[in-house]
Ligand binder design. Structure first.
Ligand code: ATP
Length: 493
């Protein structure tokens, strides 16, 4: 649901108070004006600096700058209960004042069940506990794909109209990627990043995609517990045939609005270390053609009271706003491991509770790919039916998968797999994980280059022989994991 549809629904549902969390007040105000026009509502705007104004009129009426004066005027204006939309900027900051809070609560009560709605817009708006229950909260100011495209076209038109030379060369597929990459940015940020891309060399082309991705990664790195992994994830994985088939079969239902089948919500990948669980998260995002975001555990937990829960709430809100996306929760057991204890004052328990509720109730089109290799610490609640659509087990690869993994890693380093005996190598590395096979290829490259030889099967076999795989070093742990998965009939990848 886009912002305009969502806010229209709240207004029609006669919410008297709505909070719009946004970093782009102007954009949201513009959208609110067009919603109000479509619904035949009078609009009044207030900010401390400009006072109370009717519509887009720049002149304030009365001396309504300070909130107390403004609220008294609003009480008069709403007496006849005529349909109206009030837009207050940053008003939550004044609700600490007892008089302001009282006046405001009286108005909210008086306009209950009328066609009058007060919308407070601003960033990060905490409300006093006695007002919060009366408010609906939504996030705004982030254009959808249609609006992003319109903004790109507007920026390009401005350039074309100026004397600056502009060369645009974007294939439709790249243009689509550009729009996807810009999702999650405000209009102002979109304009800035497009302007920078063009001004650099007077061109907008495929090479700018990487710049846009870099900008967005930087933005998320600075501001979020979500790490951005790119708009599209071309990733190649050896094996995982069941999982790929599972995703492929559900792709249409994931995007369809009218499918009789429920859209897939997510899966949990358990398994042996280095066997490609994280890579599989990238493959899932790539297969569905959606951006990948990882929940960064180190940033989620905060030493300040209540901040961890707030961080999670914000991250999940962001995911809803950015959907369709793939949310990758790596080593999920670490987030929730201590939920059974009270070591952290119950924070993990509350985080687990919030996460489970969100997973159960979310209506957005996000897909969760959770991974874990430590089932001892996995909260049992996560394994209950209904949490994930499916649980898969990633075991050590067998001969055909090992050959495929070796082929992928040779290709990745611009080596021709036909020049290697994949079958021989794959047979010579029983018990190796994908990560260890990749490492053997890398080490073989070093040893071949050290002896001034082109890399060959011999170099890789030699490295495989020198490696003691984890399946030998940690044989007990791996057997325990396998037995555990077998007992629970967990599907192999
Ligand atoms: P961990 O449990 O330690 O986090 P993991 O199961 O998530 O490990 P990955 O991080 O996905 O394993 O694997 C590490 C690297 O090993 C991958 O980035 C990839 O290069 C290589 N790899 C592992 N499995 C495969 C595979 N099936 N196909 C191709 N490459 C693989």
């Amino acid at each position: 649901m886009n912002f305009e549809t969502e806010i229209s629904l709240l207004i029609k549902s006669r919410y008297s108070l709505v909070l719009v969390d946004t970093i782009d007040e102007d954009f949201v105000a513009g959208q609110l004006f067009s919603v109000a026009a479509a619904m035949g509502l009078c609009v009044y705007c207030w900010s401390l600096t400009k006072g109370l104004r009717a519509g887009k009129n720049e002149n304030s009426f009365y001396q309504t700058g300070p909130p107390v004066n403004m609220l008294k005027t609003v009480a008069d204006l709403t007496e006849d209960k005529a349909p109206a939309l009030f837009i207050f900027s940053d008003f939550h900051k004044f609700l600490q004042d007892a008089v302001v809070a009282r006046l405001f609560k009286d108005i909210v009560a008086a306009i209950n069940n009328t066609r009058i709605t007060i919308v407070i817009i601003g960033a990060d708006q905490p409300l006093p506990p006695d007002i919060e229950p009366h408010a609906a909260r939504i996030t705004g100011g982030y254009p959808d794909e249609k609006e992003i495209l319109a903004e790109i076209n507007r920026t390009l038109a401005e350039f074309s109209g100026s004397s600056a030379r502009l060369h645009i060369s974007l294939e439709p597929v790249d243009a689509r990627r550009l729009v996807k990459s810009l999702k999650g940015l405000s209009i102002r940020q979109i304009r800035n990043v497009i302007n920078t891309a063009i001004l650099k060399d007077g061109r907008l082309d495929k090479t700018d995609l990487a710049e846009v991705e870099k900008y967005k990664k930087g933005l998320f790195d600075r501001e979020s517990v979500l790490e951005y992994f790119g708009a599209e994830q071309p990733a190649d994985i050896g094996g995982f045939a069941n999982l790929k088939k599972w995703v492929y079969e559900r792709k249409a239902a994931f995007f369809a609005d009218d499918s009789p089948l429920p859209p897939p919500k997510g899966l949990l990948l358990l398994g042996v270390q280095g066997c490609g669980k994280s890579l599989a998260a990238k493959v899932i995002a790539g297969e569905l053609g959606i951006p990948l975001y990882r929940l960064d555990l180190n940033r989620l937990y905060s030493k300040y009271l209540g901040e961890t829960e707030e961080n999670l709430r914000k991250a999940l809100k962001t995911i809803e706003r950015l959907a369709p996306v793939c949310l990758w929760i790596d080593e999920i057991e670490k987030i929730f491991a201590s939920s059974s204890g009270e070591m952290d004052g119950g924070v993990s328990k509350r985080v687990l509770g919030s996460m489970l509720t969100w997973m159960q109730e979310r209506k957005d089109r996000s897909f969760i790919a959770a991974t874990s290799n430590d089932i001892n610490n996995l909260a049992p609640e996560l394994l209950r039916k209904g949490r994930f659509d499916e649980i898969f087990f990633a075991d050590l690869p067998q001969v055909p998968e090992r050959a495929e993994i070796l082929r992928i890693h040779l290709l990745k380093r611009d080596l021709d797999p036909k020049k290697f005996d994949l079958e021989l190598m794959a047979r010579g590395c029983e018990g190796f994980s994908g990560a260890e096979l990749e490492q053997a290829v890398i080490s073989a490259l070093y040893s071949a280059s050290g002896s001034n030889e082109p890399i060959s099967t011999r170099h890789i076999l030699e490295q495989l022989r020198l490696t003691r795989p984890l399946s030998v070093i940690k044989a007990e742990d791996i057997n325990f994991l396998r037995d555990w998965a077998k007992d629970r009939a967990i599907l192999p990848v």
